[in-house]
Ligand binder design. Sequence first.
Ligand SMILES: Cc1cc2nc3c(=O)[nH]c(=O)nc-3n(C[C@H](O)[C@H](O)[C@H](O)COP(=O)(O)OP(=O)(O)OC[C@H]3O[C@@H](n4cnc5c(N)ncnc54)[C@H](O)[C@@H]3O)c2cc1C
Length: 439
Amino acid sequence: MAGSEAAWQAANAGIQVVLHEMRPNVGTFAHQTGLLGEMVCSNSFRSDDDEQNAVGLLHWEMRAANGLIMATAEKHRLPAGGALAVDRDPFAQSVTDALMAHPNISVEYGEITDLPRDGHWIIATGPLTSGDLAQSIAAQTGAEALAFFDAIAPIIYHDSIDMSKAWMQSRYDKGETEEERTAYLNCPMTKDQYEAFIDALLAADKTEFKEGETAGYFDGCLPIEVMAERGRETLRFGPMKPVGLTNPHDPDTKAYAVVQLRRDNKLGTLYNIVGFQTKMKYGAQTEVLRMIPGLENASFARLGGIHRNTFLNSPTFLDDQMRLRSQPNVRFAGQITGVEGYVESAAMGLLAGRLAVAEINGEAATPPPPTTATGALITHITGGADAKTFQPMNVNFGLFPPVEGLKAGRRGRKDRYKAYTDRAKVDWQDWLDSSAPTA
Ligand SMILES: Cc1cc2nc3c(=O)[nH]c(=O)nc-3n(C[C@H](O)[C@H](O)[C@H](O)COP(=O)(O)OP(=O)(O)OC[C@H]3O[C@@H](n4cnc5c(N)ncnc54)[C@H](O)[C@@H]3O)c2cc1C
């Protein structure tokens, strides 16, 4: 996804591109073909609603930038309601044909095993980056290893949390500043609520590991349902321990268990549930998590999951031009930068391609503003996200700076999303105009 889009953008700007692909010589457990732009799992680019949905807005932005992935998806679109689903094999074949036919692109089949030292490179090797290259990246970045398992805890929109039940407090009020002492959002449970929650967790539908995902869990990031299977009290002594906290709504009653959420972005619009990585299926997940007092009406920016995923700690290792700080001739794009999903990956390819063109042409390159979907993602992964807890991210409106003067809450949401997308379209077009390559 990302590599194909990056090559397309650079080649269209007059740059000579060599696209390296290891398949079909070296395979991955998920890819089935040697085609470029292969979709490894679902055939959906998700919502195509560019007024009410952040991923739909990303579609719009990529279309406006003459993106190959979106144009090809349109050509092979299947009926899917408001979603953009595609006929996957003809889609990948068309992406491959378009790139092979481009006069400025040559495709070389073979595995890249080391981070290249010379020339301009974009590494877009995805969640299943081959082992040698992953080791070379880890060696260059000084990371002990790239994260090979993606333990994802669900992320919730702050404005959907019921603060008449929840409260802000760090355990034992730890911290030097007021902000640190109130860094966590706490949801209390009675004994009955806890027991019902454990029952639901044990009964919930779970996803099994796929082939190739057999290396087991990282220490310290067991899924909550696995913890619950080990004993009904395990969670109460783990992520749900109620110690060091006083509920200001009911100071005399000691909670039996407490679920903690932590801010997930600088804006404070998103909160992740601490220690709640889970392999519950999506339907079951929303049902079970909404049993938590305060989260009855939770809206999820991202649901939890665990699967193999190689990704960089981008806030630490990449600059705002998507370059490796320690080796700036190399840019990264796609899922390896810590975005999640086909569309987000392709968008990061589009951006990396354009930023590389500007650099090669000796032009100043400014990333798009965070008011655009592409800009919100790049701002998040290269600075907005907390490096200590960095996890792959889908595009969502929680990453956007608020539009002033709009009412919060459920009823105002439609207007708010429309205001976000209206603003994004203007800003994206401005960015495209101001950053158009001169070559
Ligand atoms: C099992 C699985 C299921 C998924 N399901 C979905 C889903 O349903 N929906 C969704 O939106 N996202 C899904 N994803 C995430 C999905 O992989 C990404 O969203 C998207 O494909 C990533 O795009 P990318 O361009 O970063 O990587 P990819 O599309 O994976 O492209 C990376 C390319 O680099 C090649 N490569 C790797 N290492 C090397 C090397 N050393 N040298 C040369 N070439 C190399 C690979 O062969 C591959 O062609 C899934 C991921 C996995 C692992």
